[in-house]
Design a binder for this molecule. Structure first.
Ligand code: 5AD
Length: 349
């Protein structure tokens, strides 16, 4: 068995960041040194490659009513759509042909897609040779087990906030404990688990954001998607502001990278809504994954979780190369499972 180099070993043997370390970092008035540190840790632990995941937003029906979300059940102005299983697999096939190694299937909590229908779609996409990531919300353990049996590799379920009171205030019909149960079930079933939080929710404190990071460390997550909260005009939070959420999200990503140096951290799409270079900046503050939306415009224009969501249309994986090269990065060829980079480094030595 090969050993890690000294520098990597030394970093890993340091005690984990405590609550007391995190708060001052979140409050930094000049976060540039934090961002630089996160960038160098990112390079050391996951390399300069960026993993691309093709995102298919296949249904915006949702049984939930989260106050921040544009596809909440009571938003009567949302135009609802549901792609057929054939449309979903067709889109996945095109993404694989365009060079994507992972397909992410995301939807609102839509009961039309029961475990049998989902399992069938998962099997069809796995047959294309792609890794499959699901982002379908809260399900029973049995459903998670069925998807896994069908071949699903990863599951994304943001905790949104670890402040249980705030979480349940934002959708009184939902249970924070059940969400944690879901994450634990997913871990036990052998998924690579992605979680994450919304940054800037009304009533959210820096202390609670620090708790979010400690929660991700304790699971631990394989991936953490940190996104700024952007008020949607057709929700009860329409009057809230998004000021400061961009920089605070960058700080969260950077600290996350220091705490869990080898996990996957996406440069979330919402960052681009708040800043034209949002995703490239995130990639320089700890992130190493991009999830380009490959859903047909007719559908994804109505997947409006928040306003101003960019829908650039499907792009070949190779077309990202140029943009990434401008910041000294490149598209990674592999599947990009948690820890792959360090394993490759060790094997090469
Ligand atoms: N602003 C930013 N992100 C949002 N999401 C939902 N609503 C909003 C919003 N108004 C995020 C949630 C969810 C993910 C799919 O989209 O964090 O987990």
């Amino acid at each position: 068995m090969q050993t890690l180099d000294d520098w990597t070993q030394k970093y890993l043997s340091r005690p984990p960041l405590t609550r007391g370390d995190i708060l001052p970092l979140l409050s930094l008035s000049d976060p540039a040194p934090l961002f630089r540190k996160a960038d160098s840790i990112r390079r050391r632990f996951v390399g300069d490659g960026v993993y691309l995941r093709a995102l298919i937003e296949f249904s915006n029906y949702c049984k939930n009513d989260c106050m921040y979300c544009g596809i909440r059940r009571s938003n009567a102005q949302a135009v609802r759509y549901r792609m057929t299983p054939n449309e979903i697999t067709h889109t996945a096939r095109q993404a694989v042909a365009a060079g994507y190694k992972t397909v992410v299937l995301q939807s609102g909590e839509d009961l039309w897609f029961d475990a049998d229908k989902m399992s069938d779609i998962i099997r069809r996409i796995k047959n294309l040779g792609a890794a499959v990531t699901l982002s379908l919300g809260e399900k029973t353990r049995e459903e998670y087990a069925a998807y896994r049996k069908a071949g699903a590799d990863r599951y994304l379920l943001r905790i949104e906030t670890t402040d249980k009171n705030l979480y349940e205030k934002l959708d009184p019909a939902m249970s924070w404990d059940n969400r944690v149960r879901c994450l634990e079930d997913l871990k036990e079933l052998g998924y690579e688990v992605g979680s994450g939080s919304l940054v800037g929710l009304p009533g959210q404190t820096l202390e609670s954001l620090a708790e979010d990071l400690l929660f991700f460390k304790s699971l631990p997550v394989d991936m953490a998607g940190i996104g700024p909260f952007i008020p949607h005009p057709h929700t009860p939070l329409a009057q809230e502001k998004a000021d400061g959420h961009f920089e605070l999200s960058l700080k969260m990503m950077a600290i996350m990278r220091l705490m869990l140096p080898d996990i996957n951290i996406p440069a979330t799409t919402a960052m681009e809504t708040l800043h034209p270079q949002g995703r490239l900046l995130a990639l320089q503050c700890g992130a190493n994954v991009i999830m380009p939306n490959v859903t047909a415009e007719t559908f994804c224009k109505n997947y409006e979780l928040y306003p101003g969501k960019p829908h650039p249309g499907a792009r070949a994986a190779a077309a990202w190369q140029e943009q990434l090269a401008s910041i000294g990065r490149s598209v990674s060829a592999g599947y990009g499972f948690h820890g792959d980079y360090l394993k490759e480094q060790r094997a090469a030595r």
